[in-house]
Design a protein. Structure first.
Length: 246
């Protein structure tokens, strides 16, 4: 990782901590499952094995040699409330066509979520301005995003981690969850999502009622349930939870 990228990430982390005023809390113990009801299994990657009791760690997608990389065009966009709206261009529409970022309405412009906007901004693919025409840096964008979504940073850590692993992740409000995640190589519309994901901070607590309720949502939508635990460094650990029949 280049020094420039590290600096940008550090700026985001420091800005988030300064705005939230939160102090690091000691790590909580891992949740224990109630025998015969729920199985909780820690996993090292977002890709899960089919066989029970095994964890398969897959490498992240290999980097493409620099000489094979195409020159990336920076797309112009505007932050409009809780959306990021791009210019109407083929380069902007490639965000959706290639990786299913955002949606494309009749205007031909791509409408991105705040999470997608920050992710593409960090990747150097977006140049975002406010509605008044002021250019926004990473820290300025993050401040506005956190004002619109109080839990934005925790959700972004999970969103970014899963996207970096090569999976398409979209919102799942209609399922009563934060996100839905598709198998690697699968796009929305080609098949159903495989997981629904709930991001939480490591210092947060869940009652057994809340915990079971999330599992019921996954069960009723025929999807697997992931809890993404975000630590104070922004690293994510995933737990897959399933109902078990005695």
């Amino acid at each position: 990782m280049s020094k420039k990228k590290k600096s940008a990430q550090a700026t985001l982390m420091e800005s988030c901590a300064a705005q939230s005023g939160e102090k690091a809390e000691p790590k909580r113990a891992k949740p224990e499952a109630k025998p015969g009801l729920i199985e909780v299994s820690e996993i090292a990657e977002v890709n899960f094995p089919e066989e029970e009791g095994k964890v398969v760690v897959l490498d992240k997608p290999a980097d493409v040699p620099s000489e094979e990389k195409k020159k990336k065009v920076v797309v112009k966009a505007i932050l409009a409330g809780e959306k990021v709206i791009t210019e109407s261009s083929d380069e902007a529409r490639e965000f959706y066509n290639q990786s299913r970022f955002g949606i494309i309405p009749e205007s031909g412009k791509v409408e991105l979520s705040l999470l997608e906007g920050l992710y593409l901004m960090e990747k150097g693919r977006l140049d975002i301005k406010s509605e008044s025409g002021k250019k926004l840096g990473l820290e300025g964008f993050l401040k506005k995003a956190r004002g619109a979504e109080p839990n934005f940073w925790i959700r972004y850590c999970v969103f970014k981690d899963i996207r970096n692993r090569g999976y398409i992740i979209k919102t799942a409000l209609k399922f009563g969850a934060d996100f839905r995640v598709y198998d690697r190589g699968v796009k929305p519309g080609e098949d159903h999502a495989r997981w629904i994901v709930y991001p939480v901070h490591e210092g947060d607590t869940l009652t057994w009622y809340e915990f079971a309720a999330k599992n019921r949502v996954a069960h009723s939508t025929k999807k697997r349930l992931l809890i993404g635990i975000v630590d104070d460094e922004g690293d994510v650990t995933y737990y897959e939870i399933r109902w078990m029949r005695p």
